[in-house]
Design a protein around this ligand. Structure first.
Ligand code: COA
Length: 341
């Protein structure tokens, strides 16, 4: 374990621990910082459970790995955390995604965040990264912090929420007549074996989504990655619900949309990817599959009351679909980026 001691002018000591194999005690301290920061910044939002956070931090990923740090003050209180996700696939090996949280009670001491960020940047350089990206809710501490530390805003996004018990836009869309030449297929978890190849091909087109000037590269998708995502969600007590439209002529996927469902009764589900095959875009397929999926969710999971999604502001097609279905904007998010080269 690497450990650092830093002094500031007021002789406050900050110890930054690098967590290679976090103990339960360290994870509990990590969670304390995370949950306090989230409930402070997003008071009306559900906070992930300690089990979800533990699973996310400790489950090996197939094409990325975390570097984790926990900062303590001289009283040994946990005051800040940093998670740097390093992609290991060829097309994203330049990238590191940062999630840095400072306990609200310790934000007035700007040395804490600075010391932690310095440690993170050094490590990213050692790992030959060219960019560090970080997401911040507009107007929060993170927004001001990243901006002050030289990160540049490169992509603007909007978080939206659909109240399933309020919207009347879903039932009114009688889209079934448009299935001609296609068949609908729905599955839970990873794509079934007989569809995995065509699904991976469809999934790769997520690389087409507009991301402003974000240096994101091309995400890696293969069958192992599809299974790894399903397994990781399962360990967190969640699962994927996918609705796909399949071309009956060649068996290819015309479009699919994914929702992440909780196993607990928190009443919220989260959108994952929605993709339409490039040749079929602009013909109503995206709207159709999302409408059908939402109709299914209302029937199969009556406890789900709201659905969360996040869209790049430049993704006009996706935004139009979501607004037509009754999603309403709740917050703005900024993707920040620090170029290291
Ligand atoms: C986003 C996406 C799923 C939309 O599916 P689609 O089948 O092309 O969308 P639709 O044909 O249903 O169009 C929906 C609306 O957007 C409009 N639209 C379609 N393409 C557009 C474009 N490039 N720019 C502006 N508006 C567009 C349509 O005219 C329609 O508007 P209307 O309701 O006023 O008629 C698809 O473009 C896609 O796969 N993009 C790449 C991946 C992606 O960005 N996924 C979303 C993030 S997870």
């Amino acid at each position: 374990m690497l450990s650092k001691l830093l002094h500031d002018r007021k002789t406050l000591l900050i110890e930054i621990q690098s967590l290679t194999r976090p103990s339960l005690h360290q994870i509990r301290d990590w969670y304390q910082v995370q949950s306090k920061a989230l409930s402070n910044d997003l008071p009306r939002e559900p906070i992930p459970s300690v089990d979800e956070v533990t699973t996310e931090l400790t489950t090996p990923k197939s094409s990325a790995q975390y570097m984790l740090w926990l900062a303590r003050n001289s009283n040994q209180e946990p005051v800040a955390t940093a998670a740097l996700l390093l992609f290991t696939n060829a097309q994203q090996g330049h990238l590191a995604c940062l999630n840095l949280q400072i306990h609200p009670a310790h934000r007035q001491d700007e040395k804490i965040g600075s010391a932690l960020l310095t440690t993170v940047i050094r490590s990213a350089l050692v790992e030959n990264r060219r960019s560090i990206t970080a997401e911040a809710i507009k107007g929060t501490y993170a927004d001001n912090f990243l901006s002050a530390k030289g990160f540049r805003p490169v992509n603007l996004l909007t978080e939206l929420l659909l109240r399933l018990d309020v919207t009347d836009k879903i039932e009114s869309n009688d889209s079934a007549k448009k299935y001609l030449g296609y068949r609908l297929k729905t599955w839970r978890g990873a794509a079934p074996d007989h569809l995995i190849e065509v699904f991976v091909e469809a999934k790769k087109s997520i690389a087409d989504r507009p991301l402003g000037k974000l240096d994101f590269g091309i995400p890696h998708w293969d069958a192992a990655e599809v299974h790894a995502l399903a397994k990781s969600l399962n360990k967190q007590g969640k699962h994927l619900h996918t609705t796909a439209l399949i071309d009956t002529k060649d068996g290819n996927i015309a479009g699919f949309t994914e929702l992440i469902l909780p196993n607990s009764l928190i009443g919220r589900a989260w959108h994952n990817d929605t993709v339409v095959a490039p040749a079929l875009r602009g013909q109503g397929v995206g709207f159709l599959i999302k409408t059908v999926m939402l109709q299914q969710i209302k029937t199969i999971y009556p406890d789900i009351k709201e659905i969360y999604t996040i869209n790049a502001d430049s993704n006009l097609a996706m935004l139009k679909i979501n607004l037509k279905l009754g999603f309403r904007p709740i917050r703005q998010v900024i993707d920040y980026q620090l170029n290291l080269t």
